[in-house]
Design a protein around this ligand. Structure first.
Ligand code: RB5
Length: 146
């Protein structure tokens, strides 16, 4: 399993801790930035990770901005990206079980590293249930309205 990770400047402090965690756990990852707290635009990083995951380079992505809101909005513009902004373990579990989320979005200013790690563990280790949920997820991807 390979994970793509990126944040904007507001998510950078949490990303650093997540990178330490993934390294310690020997989980394969690629860090797409940022590498400092210099101001950047979160859509650039949400889209970057979404494209790599949709292209099949990584199974999952973890994307972090201040709240997780903007970066998930941007990532979800990419067809095939299913970014879920999660605030607790239940959301992380259901994002996988029911929504087949492939991107976990976190708020760097709203999430402790302890909670982030618990959500990451649940997210990476929960399978999509399929069945009736497959049709619903397919309906999301069929939406191309302007
Ligand atoms: C940056 O200040 C902040 O707006 C951004 O990280 C994010 O929270 C947007 O959704």
């Amino acid at each position: 399993m390979s994970i793509a990770v990126a944040s904007d400047h507001a998510g950078y402090p949490l990303k650093k801790l997540i990178i330490e965690y993934l390294t310690e756990k020997k989980i394969d990852f690629h860090d797409y930035g940022v590498f400092s707290e210099e101001r950047v635009d979160y859509p650039d990083f949400g889209v970057l990770v979404a494209r790599e995951v949709v292209a099949g380079k990584h199974q999952f992505g973890i994307i972090i901005c201040g709240t997780g809101i903007g970066i998930s909005m941007a990532a979800n513009k990419i067809t095939g990206a299913r970014a879920a902004l999660c605030c607790n373990e239940y959301m992380a579990e259901m994002a996988r079980r029911h929504n087949n989320a492939n991107l976990l979005a976190l708020g760097g200013r709203t999430t402790t590293i302890d909670l982030a790690v618990r959500m990451i563990d649940v997210f990476l280790n929960t399978e999509f249930e399929g069945g009736r949920h497959t049709l619903r997820v397919d309906k999301i991807h069929a939406l191309t309205e302007r």
